[in-house]
Design a protein. Structure first.
Length: 148
């Protein structure tokens, strides 16, 4: 019996030595996005901002609201940042010159998305991402507004 006990102890020791501990595993991916906005109609919302979620932080003006909106848009197997389909029928609306680029990692996936307000589909997509993206202040014909 002592040989069996020693063998069992040796096997148990070998098994536990190969099982990674929580400290040995890689850390959970961090949801981090860099948002660059241009020509939104407000100098206050133009610029580059960092957003961290889970836990929240960064230089984004609305960390909590942006993280909550992104969580609501995130669905398993779907890319929330995907552009409208190439064959989508979009209204011919001009939403102004605002543009944005979002890069980083969200839900363990790389993000490299561009946003513009060039037609109805793109305007709706932009608005779906508010408050990650700022509300664009564009009034056609208003002083200081530039069209395309």
């Amino acid at each position: 019996m002592p040989v069996r006990t020693a063998l069992a102890a040796a096997l148990l020791l070998a098994a536990t030595a190969t099982v990674p501990t929580a400290a040995a595993t890689s850390p959970a991916p961090v949801d981090h996005l860099t948002v660059t906005v241009a020509r939104s109609g407000s100098a206050r919302t133009d610029g580059t901002f960092e957003l961290y979620c889970h836990p929240g932080g960064g230089t984004h003006r609305s960390v909590r609201a942006a993280c909550e909106a992104l969580d609501a848009l995130t669905k398993w197997g779907k890319d929330p940042f995907a552009p409208p389909p190439a064959l989508a029928k979009c209204t011919a609306r001009d939403g102004g010159p605002a543009s944005a680029r979002v890069t980083g990692t969200w839900a363990a996936r790389a993000v490299n998305a561009r946003f513009a307000r060039t037609n109805g589909c793109e305007i709706e997509r932009w608005e779906r991402f508010e408050p990650l993206l700022p509300t664009a202040f564009y009034r056609p014909g208003a002083p200081g507004s530039t069209g395309r």
